[in-house]
Design a protein around this ligand. Structure first.
Ligand SMILES: [Fe+2]
Length: 292
């Protein structure tokens, strides 16, 4: 159709989509166009603001490297990652769930450890943490043979991929659940950490006068054919930023219970898997940052 005024633009774009053969692609793109155009009309977006927005989107891509995923980071900072997660888990968003954002720091290829082993691959000072997890199904039966990826930040708040001082794959590992559904490892207690602010996510947080911290947590990815793969994070109940997580990841179901035992900590947590597709999400990064 020929466009006369701004009123015609949405119709013209939607009309040109009618040949899209894939029904889901058609649905997603049509909805995106309707909402994007409605956003522009509602905010009366100016030409200058449009140019700035294009610059931000380009900068998200330009900031992304094999060791940093800026798109994943800003999706978290906008609450998009956790909304997608909570809508697709907990029986399609109707119940609380232990599923949580995969986050920007998951890497494939972590070493496989025996239960009870240490995740430390280079000296990592900090309070010791002994973790024991259980994987169960919706009926409370143990799930044996599930592969659990674990990764977390150091006690100074850096993942190994961000920190040339840590060995490759430090504080990352893969464990397999035993007949009783349990898995366990030794590590050091992670600290809350600042997310990187040298890209568009940092600009967003500064513009909104938000802090850039995440409360202390451990990441898990639980995978077994026959069950819906679950990415999860379990949070330190003592962290002061549980309600202002810069990535909106914290949910009530994921606040753990760190038990202090002398200078060390013990921590147990049970993950409940739902039936569903056992897919492996694509790792948002592939490499460790190069030493300077
Ligand atoms: Fe994290």
């Amino acid at each position: 159709m020929l466009i006369e005024t701004q009123d015609d633009v949405t119709r013209a774009v939607l009309d040109e989509m009618h040949r899209t053969p894939d029904a889901r692609t058609k649905e997603l793109l049509a909805s995106l166009v309707r909402h994007l155009h409605a956003f522009i009309r509602e905010t009366r977006l100016t030409e200058k603001e449009f140019q700035e927005t294009i610059g931000i989107i380009n900068a998200i891509g330009q900031k992304t490297t094999p060791s940093h995923n800026e798109a994943m980071l800003i999706a978290g900072a906008l609450g998009v990652s956790n909304l997608v997660c909570l809508m697709n888990n907990g029986r399609k968003g109707t119940r609380p769930t232990q599923a949580n954002n995969l986050g920007p720091f998951f890497r494939e290829g972590a070493p496989h450890y025996e239960n009870g082993a240490s995740l430390l691959r280079s000296p990592t000072p900090g309070p010791k943490l002994s973790f024991k997890g259980y994987v169960k199904d919706l009926d409370g039966k143990p799930v044996a043979g599930a592969v659990v990826d674990v990764w977390h930040s150091s006690p100074v708040g850096l993942y190994e991929n961000q920190d040339p001082a840590q060995a490759e794959m430090n504080l990352r590992g893969k464990l397999t659940t035993e007949a009783d559904g349990s898995f366990s490892f030794q590590t050091v207690k992670p600290a809350g950490y600042p997310v990187p602010t040298d890209g568009p996510t940092g600009a967003l947080l500064r513009a909104q006068k938000r802090h850039n911290f995440r409360p202390a947590h451990l990441h898990f990815l639980v995978h077994k054919p026959g069950y819906k793969t679950m990415a999860s994070q379990v949070y330190d109940p003592a962290d002061p930023r549980l309600e202002t997580d810069s990535q909106f990841g914290v949910t009530r179901a994921l606040i753990g219970d760190f038990v202090k035992d002398g200078d060390a900590y013990r921590f147990e947590f049970t993950f409940v898997l739902e039936p569903g597709e056992s897919w492996r999400p694509r790792a948002p990064i592939t490499h460790k940052v190069a030493a300077a």
